[in-house]
Design a protein around this ligand. Sequence first.
Ligand SMILES: [Zn+2]
Length: 483
Amino acid sequence: MSKFYITTAIAYTNAPPHIGHALELIQADAFARCHRQKGEEVFFLTGTDEHGTKIARAARDADVAPRQFTDEISTKFRELCGILNISNDDFIRTTDRERHWPAVKLIWERLAESGDLYKKKYEGLYCAGCESFKKKSDLEDGRCSVHKIEPEKIEEENWFFKISKYKDKVKERIADGELRIVPELRKQEILNLIDDAEDVSFSRPRENLEWGIPVPNDSSQTIYVWADALTNYISALGYGQMSNIKGQMLFEKYWPADIHLIGKDILRFHALIWPAILLSAGLELPKAIYAHGFITVDGQKMSKTVGNVIDPFDLIKKYGTDAVRYFLLREIPSNEDGDFSYKNLEARYNSDLANGLGNLAARILTLAEGENLSGGQLPSHEITHKIEAAQRAVDEKIAEFKLHEALAAIWDLIGFANGYVNDKQPWKTRNKEVIFDLVVLLENIARLLAPFMSQTAEKILASTRDKNGNIRIKKGEALFPRL
Ligand SMILES: [Zn+2]
């Protein structure tokens, strides 16, 4: 049986989740459920990134200890997974000293053994907002382009990692597709960037970065974000926990990752720094890195200052889990930017969910309720053919990482089914074959929908079958009442 390991980025716990996080979780969940449906052994990981000066500062502002601060925010992310019906198998936290820290320490030691870490005095321009050093060429009028503040001049001693030693090899793997970057446009971006890559700072002095994992054998330094956060993808599988037999088995079984699903803003770290770390440590590279786009709100960038940050908890409370999942997966093109608006959400809800899917289910279940359909017949060739074609289209779109188009293919089948009811007029003819065909169509639509909207799929199948799997139509409440 083949395995499938998918991860999201771990969310930074300086602020509670917004709909961008929801989008990432839902996309990863759809992939995980698709592969489970094919019978593969799936491991789906998400989690939280909890170290760094920005978090220490946010905790200080909130007048709580960093640990308490990240506990609260990390809990919100786990609650988000719950209300979004995310099927993650694990949730890793970088503050987990039992599971995460040993992996980070082992990775550091491996890099050191390879001779790839060296200490250097470093003078640079540091943006506290980005928590990173800036090159002069990154600045606009001497200011950080994101935070619009002048970076501080900092001189300190850091451990550096020899990216320069691995960049050609990483470039080769990306160019020949062994490490697949999706979408193609981003692959070109990364290939263009790699040539200019310089060695990266991998630690900071303890007095400048207190909230983090100490460097092994050098307690004056704290491990900087790269070796700490990126390592979550293997720490969760038990890497570094030598006494943990189960963990060892997970690592051997699931590594390398099949997909690291991330936002486009952190692609550079995943497509260059992470592969370089893995090469230095003698570990295999992930097979694919998929970068999703960003969500704007009514055409504007989401920001606290503008006050247009959408809270996924409010959204789900108002519209329900599957309506939110459907909208984000269908409206936001999987590998591009997309726009959120309440107007479009409500329009899609009414047209696609209430009138499209909901109406179809209600029509078919009303027709079929009370009919004796358990005669062991087969659906017509036309219907079988339509279902198979839809399944192929969905599989193709999933392989191309185009979830929005996979859903469009399912909605084509829903449109066909509604048209079939109109054409055959079974409410007049009471033709049993036609009614049976429609039940089969509805059940297959539910099966195709399951990775995207599993609660809805379950509701549909519960209204067509009894516990033993025999057809027994029982029309329930409307799936998506009109708004
Ligand atoms: Zn900045």
